[in-house]
Design a protein around this ligand. Structure first.
Ligand SMILES: Nc1ncnc2c1ncn2[C@@H]1O[C@H](COP(=O)(O)OP(=O)(O)O)[C@@H](O)[C@H]1O
Ligand SMILES: [Mg+2]
Length: 282
C-alpha cells in the first residue's frame, strides 16, 4: 500500500535535549494513525516536523510524496490540514464569517462550506458569534477550518483533549466520515479509548522513542495472557489458562449452568502502554 508519510531516522534536538530520538515509521494512505504518548513525549514536536513548522535535526521525512525540504511550498500547504493548540478563530465574527474569511485567505472555494459545517454538526450554529460558543463547539469550528480546503492529509494534535464526551463523540463521527471519504488522518492523543475506537494503527511514543506500532487489536492480542476470565453465578471469579488440559473444567462450568460471564484477557491500550514504558498515558 502507498505510504502518505515516510519517516526514517528522525531526530530532533532542542539545545542539548533530544525531543525525538531516531524515530522511523510509515503512515499508509487512507488510514487513521494515532501517536500515543504522555505529556512531554514528543507528540507536538513530531506534528510540527511533519507539517514543516520545525525542521528535523536529522533523518528523512517525506509527506504526500514531498520531501521535507519542500514543506514550505504552497502545493504542500494546500494538501495538508492542521488542528493544533495554535489554531485560532476571530472571536467577534460568526462561525460562518470566520470560515468564509479563511476560505478567502487560503484561496479555497466557498461552495463546500455548508457541507463541512454539516460534517462537524455546526450548521445550526453558523450565525453565532464565536465568543459565545462552548469550548467543544469552538473545537468543531477549528476542525472545519482545518478541512475547508479539502486536504488529502489532516494532522490533529490532541483534538479532543478537555472536551466533554458529547463533543468528543461529535468530533469522532466527523473524523470517521472524513476518513471514509478518503482523507488520511494523523492524530496525537493521550486518550487510549479514543485511540482504540478511531485508529487503524497506533504508535507508542515515550521520551521521544517509538516503542510499539500496530493496530489496537493486534497490540491487545500481543499483550494478552489469553487466559479465560470466568464469573460464576455464585460470585466466583476464576482465571483459567487457555490450555487444552483446562477444557474439561470449562466444559463442566458451562454444563452445570454456573457461568455468568466469560471473556479472554484483553488489556487496554493504557495498560499496555504502562507495561511497555512503565509510565501512565496522562
Ligand atoms: N521549542 C522548544 N524548545 C525547547 N524544547 C522544546 C520545544 N518544544 C518542545 N520542547 C521539549 O521537547 C519535549 C517534547 O515536547 P512536545 O513535543 O511538546 O511533547 P508532547 O506534545 O508529547 O507533550 C519536551 O521535553 C519539551 O519540553
Ligand atoms: Mg503536545
Amino acid at each position: 500500500m502507498e505510504n502518505t508519510i515516510e519517516v526514517k531516522g528522525m531526530r530532533k534536538v532542542f539545545g542539548q535535549n533530544p525531543a525525538i530520538k531516531d524515530a522511523s515509521f510509515n503512515v499508509k494512505k487512507g488510514e487513521i494513525f494515532g501517536l500515543l504518548g504522555p505529556s512531554g513525549s514528543g507528540k507536538t514536536t513530531t506534528i510540527k516536523i511533519l507539517t514543516g513548522e520545525l525542521g528535523q535535526t536529522a533523518g528523512e521525512v517525506n509527506v504526500l510524496g514531498i520531501d521535507s525540504e519542500r514543506f514550505g511550498t504552497a502545493d504542500f500547504k494546500s494538501r495538508i490540514g492542521i488542528l493544533s493548540d495554535n489554531s485560532s478563530l476571530y472571536e467577534r465574527l460568526s462561525v460562518y464569517d470566520n470560515l468564509k474569511l479563511f476560505c478567502r485567505l487560503y484561496g479555497a472555494p466557498l461552495d463546500h462550506l455548508d457541507a463541512i459545517l454539516r460534517e462537524v454538526n455546526m450548521e445550526s450554529e453558523r450565525n453565532k458569534t464565536v465568543s459565545k460558543l462552548s469550548k467543544g463547539m469552538k473545537q468543531r469550528v477549528l476542525l472545519a477550518k482545518a478541512l475547508m480546503h479539502k486536504p488529502d492529509l489532516v494532522f490533529l494534535d490532541e483534538p479532543t483533549s478537555a472536551l466533554d464526551p458529547g463533543n468528543m463523540a461529535q468530533i469522532h463521527r466527523g473524523l470517521q466520515k472524513l476518513n471514509e471519504a478518503g482523507t488520511t488522518i494523523f492524530l496525537t492523543t493521550h486518550n487510549m479509548e479514543e485511540a482504540t475506537e478511531l485508529c487503524d494503527r497506533v504508535a507508542f511514543l515515550h521520551n521521544g522513542e517509538l516503542q510499539e506500532l500496530d493496530s489496537p487489536a493486534a497490540l491487545r492480542y500481543k499483550y494478552s495472557t489469553h487466559a479465560f476470565h470466568v464469573e460464576t453465578f455464585a460470585g466466583d471469579r476464576l482465571v483459567i489458562d487457555n490450555e487444552p488440559e483446562n477444557a474439561d473444567q470449562i466444559k463442566e462450568l458451562i454444563g452445570n449452568g454456573q457461568v455468568k460471564a466469560i471473556h479472554t484477557d484483553n488489556p487496554t491500550l493504557g495498560q499496555i502502554f504502562l507495561k511497555v514504558t512503565g509510565k501512565e498515558l496522562v
